[in-house]
Design a binder for this molecule. Structure first.
Ligand code: COS
Length: 381
C-alpha cells in the first residue's frame, strides 16, 4: 500500500473507532455481542482481510502496515478486534502459509471479505502450553480421515465457517512430528460445538469447545496435503499472531493512558486536580514510558519481519513485554480513577478484566520467556 492510502486508512479506522465503536463499548459488554451492523461496516472497511494476499481478495498488508491499522483499531474494547482478529491471524495464516492452491481459493476470498470467520483449534482440555501433547487423533481411512477429540477455549468457534484444526496423525512419531492440520467446516457430521464459555472479560468475543466424534473429512481437508508438519505450521502462525496481539496491547495502553490523564486533570482533591500530585504523575509517566517502549518494539519487530528476518525471538519479546505492560497500565488506570475505577459505569474496570487475557492466550508470558531464553542459548551455542 502506498503511504497516502495507508495514512488514509489509518485515519478512517481511527474515526470509525471514535465515532462508532467507543460509544458501543458498554452495550457490547452488556449484550455480549458485537452488533451485526458493526460487523458489516468492518467488512466494508476491508478489516477482515488485512493480512490476506491481494490475489485472494485481501488487502495484502505488510506487517508494518497491519501494525499501523491495529494501533488505531485497538483503542477500544478488544471484542471488536477479536471479531476480525482470527481472519487476519490464527484463523487464516495457516492457509496463507501452507495451504494448497485449491484450499487458498476455497477459503481465503471468503475470509478476506468477512463472509466466513476463521478459527484456530489447537488447545485441548489436556494440552495448553505443551502444544505438542495434543491427543485429538486423525486416522486415515481410505481417501478420508476420521477425527476424534476435543478442542477447548476456541476463539470465534461459535461463529466459525472454517477451522484450522490440529490432530495427531502419527502416534509413533516424536510428539511434534506426528501432528497435522486440517481444514474443517461446521456442519460436518461428527463435529459439534459446546456451549459458549462464560469468561472473566472480553464479553462480545466468544469461545467454546469443538468436539469431534468420528468426524469424517476427505483427505483434501489436510492442510497443504502434507502430514506431520502441523506443529510447525501452528508455531509459525503463532509467531505472526504475537506481533498482532502486541500492537493491540500498545493501542489499548495508549487509550487507557488518555482516559486516566483526562480523569486526573478533571478530578480535584485537596483543592487541585489530582494530576498535580507527584504520586499520580509517577503512575502517568511510568505508563507513558512503558507504552512508548512497547510501541517502539512492535514497530521495529514488524519492520524487521517485513525484510524477511527471523523475528521469532523478537515476536516473543513483544508478546511478553506488551501484554505485561498493558496489565500494569490498566492497573494504574484503575488506581488513578480511585473508587470510580472500580465502578462499572466508568468502563476502566472492564478494560482491566479484558486485558488480563493477553498474558495468557497465544502463548502465556511464561512460554514467551521460555522461547526467548531457548533461542538465546541456541544462538550462543
Ligand atoms: N517456527 C518454526 N518452527 C518452529 C517454531 C517456530 N516458531 N517453534 C518450534 N518450531 C519447530 C522446531 O524447530 C522443531 O523442529 P525440529 O524438530 O525439526 O527442529 C519443532 O517445531 C518442535 O519444536 P520444539 O522442540 O521447540 O517443541 P516443544 O514441544 O518443546 O514446544 C513451545 C515448544 C513450548 C514453544 C510450544 O509448545 C508453544 O509455543 N507452546 C505454546 C502454545 C500456544 O501458544 N498456545 C496458545 C493457544 S493457541 S491460540
Amino acid at each position: 500500500m502506498d503511504a497516502d492510502s495507508l495514512d488514509q486508512m489509518v485515519r478512517t479506522v481511527r474515526r470509525f473507532v471514535d465515532e462508532r465503536l467507543i460509544p458501543l463499548e458498554a452495550k457490547v459488554a452488556d449484550d455480549d455481542r458485537v452488533p451485526p451492523e458493526i460487523v458489516e461496516e468492518m467488512r466494508a472497511l476491508g478489516l477482515f482481510g488485512m493480512s490476506i494476499p491481494e490475489e485472494h481478495g485481501g488487502l495484502g498488508l505488510s506487517m508494518t502496515e497491519e501494525t499501523q491499522i491495529l494501533l488505531a483499531l485497538g483503542r477500544t474494547s478488544p471484542a471488536f478486534r477479536s471479531m476480525i482478529g482470527t481472519n487476519n491471524g490464527i484463523g487464516s495464516q495457516g492457509i496463507v502459509m501452507d495451504g494448497t492452491d485449491e484450499q487458498k481459493r476455497r477459503y481465503l476470498p471468503r475470509l478476506a471479505s468477512g463472509e466466513i470467520i476463521g478459527s484456530f483449534a489447537l488447545t485441548e482440555p489436556g494440552s495448553g502450553s505443551d502444544a505438542a501433547s495434543i491427543r485429538t487423533t486423525a486416522r486415515r481411512d481410505g481417501d478420508h480421515y476420521v477425527i476424534d477429540g476435543t478442542k477447548r477455549y476456541i476463539t470465534n468457534a461459535p461463529q466459525a465457517g472454517v477451522f484450522t484444526l490440529f490432530a495427531r496423525t502419527d502416534p509413533d512419531a516424536r510428539p511434534a512430528d506426528g501432528i497435522s492440520a486440517f481444514l474443517l467446516e461446521p456442519g460436518t457430521p461428527g463435529l459439534s460445538l459446546g456451549p459458549v464459555d462464560r469468561k472473566m472479560g472480553q464479553r462480545g468475543a466468544h469461545t467454546c469447545d469443538v468436539i469431534l466424534e468420528g468426524c469424517r473429512v476427505p483427505a483434501s481437508a489436510l492442510l497443504g496435503g502434507r502430514e506431520g508438519v502441523g506443529f510447525k505450521t501452528a508455531m509459525r502462525v503463532l509467531d505472526r499472531g504475537r506481533i498482532h496481539i502486541s500492537a493491540v496491547c500498545v493501542a489499548l495502553a495508549e487509550r487507557l493512558i488518555d482516559d486516566a490523564l483526562a480523569y486526573a486533570m478533571q478530578r480535584e482533591q485537596f483543592g487541585q486536580p489530582i494530576a498535580e500530585f507527584q504520586l499520580v504523575q509517577a503512575m502517568l509517566a511510568d505508563s507513558r514510558t512503558e507504552a512508548y517502549a512497547a510501541r517502539c518494539m512492535v514497530e521495529e519487530t514488524a519492520r524487521r519481519r517485513d525484510t524477511g528476518a527471523d523475528v521469532r525471538t523478537e515476536a516473543s519479546c513483544c508478546k511478553l513485554y506488551c501484554t505485561e505492560m498493558v496489565g500494569r497500565v490498566a492497573d494504574r488506570a484503575v488506581q488513578i480513577h480511585g473508587g470510580a475505577g472500580y465502578m462499572a459505569e466508568y468502563g476502566v474496570e472492564r478494560f482491566y478484566r479484558d486485558v488480563r487475557l493477553f498474558r495468557i492466550y497465544e502463548g502465556t508470558s511464561q512460554i514467551q520467556q521460555l522461547v526467548i531464553a531457548r533461542n538465546m542459548i541456541r544462538a550462543a551455542r
